[in-house]
Design a protein around this ligand. Structure first.
Ligand SMILES: NC(=O)C1=CN([C@@H]2O[C@H](COP(=O)(O)OP(=O)(O)OC[C@H]3O[C@@H](n4cnc5c(N)ncnc54)[C@H](OP(=O)(O)O)[C@@H]3O)[C@@H](O)[C@H]2O)C=CC1
Ligand SMILES: O=CC(=O)O
Length: 291
């Protein structure tokens, strides 16, 4: 099976590599074209534009940074819409808001193509090993057609119905994850400042109800100030911001998410946006110094 992949950031690169390893032919494109070289060395071919990738492939995936990027590769010159047509599908895996997803769906379907949104839960390592959780919504026939690829990309795919439901589910999940990370960071600072050994806190947490792959996976590196990016902090802040927008539309009061958003914004203002989202710990430490 041949598939296209637009966007070779942390996730797009890992997903492409995994597809190649599993026998898929992959046609890649990235805004910074030089990032395609490593994929070519592993057997991928390159399209010079999103449109050229769509021309070559029956199904094309997008994995872009944010709503402006996701819209740009579809609607701009050389974009997906120039070649999408009946018989071709576009699957957007970027984390965006439901409105962005609906715009992309309308654009694709207006040209006779089919659309599926498919944001993923899970980070760099699950992407490398095909262990993502895929939150799809949109055209069920495209979901069925893409299942062989989805089965390689993830350990479980959900089909959630109409376009927008995948985006909403992803934003709810990441709103929770951002709040947990912020709260965990405050706990680490509180432990240390009140005279406890934060390493012992990690051991205690790991044995109790709060134990999680997130805390187990990130905690030791955070205590070494190691924030090598798996999930960039700027994307986590984008997700909480978009989740707050969803809360706004639905008149849902979310004071904890709003506070976490402020901490992630503070982290961005400290220049930590490209580091892993666990670097919010540094912003929490900085806030203590100021208070
Ligand atoms: N990293 C993670 O753990 C996870 C991330 N996600 C989500 O997946 C998406 C991708 O994440 P990730 O791979 O980490 O992000 P990266 O920041 O590593 O990569 C972003 C990608 O978007 C491209 N891009 C940015 N702006 C534009 C634009 N205006 N036009 C075209 N392309 C653009 C970049 O191209 P260029 O190389 O040229 O800059 C790059 O390919 C995000 O929506 C993120 O929230 C979801 C689950 C996990
Ligand atoms: O969006 C990030 C993730 O880890 O999931």
């Amino acid at each position: 099976m041949e598939v296209g992949l637009l966007g070779l950031g942390i996730m797009g690169k890992a997903i492409s590599m995994n597809l190649l390893r599993n026998g898929f032919k992959v046609v890649v494109w990235n805004r910074t074209l030089s990032k395609c070289d490593e994929l070519v060395a592993h057997g991928a071919t390159v399209g010079k534009s999103p449109a050229e990738v769509v021309k070559k492939c029956k199904i094309t995936f997008g994995m872009l940074a944010d709503p402006p990027a996701a819209l740009s590769v579809v609607f701009d010159k050389g974009g997906v819409l120039e070649q999408i047509c009946p018989g071709k599908g576009y699957i957007d895996m970027s984390t965006v808001d439901p409105e962005t997803s609906a715009k992309i769906s309308e654009g694709v379907t207006s040209k006779g193509g089919v659309f599926l949104e498919a944001p993923v839960s899970g980070s760099k390592q699950p992407a490398e090993t095909g262990q993502l959780i895929i939150l799809t919504a949109g055209e069920k026939a495209l979901y069925d057609e893409a299942t062989p690829a989805l089965n390689v990309i993830g350990k479980k795919s959900f089909f959630l119905g109409q376009v927008g439901n995948g985006a909403k589910m992803k934003l709810v999940v990441n709103m929770i994850m951002g709040c947990v990370m912020n709260s965990f960071s405050e706990g680490l600072v509180l432990a240390e400042k009140s005279g406890l050994n934060p390493h012992t806190l990690l051991d205690v947490l790991d044995l109790g109800a709060v134990s999680s792959p997130l805390i187990r996976g990130k905690g030791p590196a955070m205590l070494q100030s190691n924030y090598s990016p798996a999930f960039p902090l700027k994307h986590q802040q984008k997700d909480i911001r978009l989740a707050l927008g969803l809360g706004d539309e639905n008149a849902i009061s979310m004071p904890i998410a709003a506070a976490a958003n402020e901490t992630f914004k503070k982290a961005r203002s400290l220049g930590l946006g490209d580091l892993d989202f666990s670097a919010v710990f540094e912003a929490v430490k900085d806030l203590q110094r100021l208070s």
